[in-house]
Design a binder for this molecule. Structure first.
Ligand SMILES: C[S@@+](CC[C@H](N)C(=O)[O-])C[C@H]1O[C@@H](n2cnc3c(N)ncnc32)[C@H](O)[C@@H]1O
Length: 427
């Protein structure tokens, strides 16, 4: 390879630093100072989409340069020894050394700490057994959650959800539920509310577009939204507060339902229902079915069962909103969904970066591995999603990128919001 690629990357990086500087000067923000303790306001600069994108370009270009220039054996050892950092981190976390996580107050930090703790406990243990699953001809191609690394080697025959039902695992189940609050730390605050957003950002001559999730204000009073597998109900709380005209029903397995969010209940606009999503839904008028981080837990065959139950309970006007990661290919994708699915194609990184933003966009791919280890499931590409929904009687009509900074490093578990319509396509 000639050195020109390095020059290209360097130019990209330098231009992005200039853009970031201009955005920070305009907004009166600054970038974090590694010599000072973490402070929530040190992340404020990313609220400006131009600054957030510039930061991503800088990070992606810098890591891309490292990948080219570092000796391969060092890169390999970094990967292989990653468990040392995880082990040290877990000790810090469990023994409360990581006081820094508490600086922003318990509401904001406990979710993140619980999520990290889950990652270092259940998830790390399951991932450690991936080779055993891959090297066994009876499990390597399995699409059954009962054959996953977690079920076979950690849950001793129980899937994650069955494992959490065991009273001995009350602590871990509780931690998982709190950890789902932590997931929100990787998304824009009030992600579900991020409607009425339509920003265009021009950076390094590339146009980035952000779309609305849903125009909740336009929803008629009394409309019912059913959050299927909604956990303890945190996602819906802000929706209930902002849009009191909505009637919100949160469904989950009965064990989770015991832990429902007290704030959500107090609001009086949210009710909880024990409901297995593989079973028929109660017959009633539902305006929205909402699925957040449910489908990625299940292999296709199971997703089709869940979606088909929702389809059977839907009226012609029912919409299905699904929030999940959309995995991007590392190479350029020239699919064209123009006129078929609004906002279908993700914004790709500028050349010569990898189209999927490479190392600054790791979250979706990490989650993909976790879904495999726990459930023999996966994160899906847009094409995967289209196919899944088609097979279940739904038509994917729209994909909304989150706003305002979907490409932010840690946030790159890009929550895409797909809007589905009950069309004429139900079999
Ligand atoms: C990854 S969590 C997502 C929770 C919530 N939607 C959120 O984003 O915070 C998956 C949820 O699916 C629930 N779940 C698993 N199996 C279920 C089933 N058969 N019926 C209903 N909920 C189920 C779990 O209890 C858990 O709360």
């Amino acid at each position: 390879m000639t050195l020109s690629k390095l020059h290209d990357l360097l130019n990209l990086l330098t231009n992005a630093v200039t853009q970031l500087e201009e955005a920070c000067t305009k907004n009166g923000t600054s970038i974090p100072d590694l010599d000072k303790p973490f402070n929530t306001s040190s992340e404020d600069f990313r609220k400006d989409p131009t600054a957030a994108l510039a930061a991503n370009i800088i990070g992606a270009a810098a890591l891309h340069i490292c990948a080219i220039i570092n000796p391969p054996q060092i890169s390999l050892f970094d990967i292989a020894s990653g468990t040392q950092k995880s082990a040290a981190f877990r000790i810090c976390l469990e023994s409360n050394v990581a006081e820094i996580l508490q600086e922003a107050g318990p509401q904001n930090t406990s979710g993140l700490a619980a999520l990290l703790s889950f990652q270092l406990d259940e998830a790390s243990k399951a991932l450690a057994h991936m080779w055993e699953v891959f090297s066994d001809p009876t499990t390597v191609k399995s699409n059954e959650p009962s054959q996953s690394a977690f079920t076979k080697f950690v849950g001793r025959g129980k899937t994650l959800w069955e494992y959490y039902d065991d009273p001995e695992q009350d602590f871990r189940r509780h931690r998982f539920n709190i950890g789902m609050h932590g997931v929100q730390r990787f998304q824009p605050e009030n992600i579900i509310l991020s409607s009425e957003f339509a920003i265009n950002v021009l950076i390094n001559d590339y146009l980035f577009r952000y779309d609305p999730v849903y125009d909740w204000k336009a929803v008629p009073a009394g409309s019912a939204l059913v959050d299927v597998g909604g956990g303890v109900g945190t996602t819906q709380l802000c929706l209930a507060k902002e849009f009191p005209q909505l009637k919100i029903i949160i469904q989950d397995r009965s064990h989770v339902w015991r832990e429902k969010d007290p704030d959500a209940l107090e609001s009086g606009r949210v009710s909880f229902e024990a409901q297995d999503f593989f079973e028929p839904q109660p017959q009633r008028d539902v305006s929205f079915f909402f699925l957040k981080q449910i489908l990625h837990d299940w292999p296709d065959e199971y997703c089709i069962k869940i979606l088909t139950q929702l389809r059977k309970a839907a009226s012609p006007n029912t919409k299905l909103l699904s929030m999940d990661t959309v995995i991007q290919h590392a190479c350029h994708d020239n699919s064209d969904f123009t006129g078929v699915i609004n906002g279908a194609m993700p914004d790709e990184a500028p050349f010569p970066l990898l189209a999927n933003w490479g190392a600054v966009n790791p979250m979706g791919y990490r989650a993909d591995m976790i879904m495999l280890a726990f459930f023999n499931s996966r994160e899906r590409t847009l094409r995967d999603a289209i196919s899944l929904f088609e097979k279940s009687g739904w038509r994917l009509t729209e994909r909304c990128l989150e706003a305002p900074d979907p490409l932010r490093g840690v946030q790159c578990q890009v929550k895409a919001h797909w809007r589905y319509n009950c069309g004429q396509t139900y079999m």
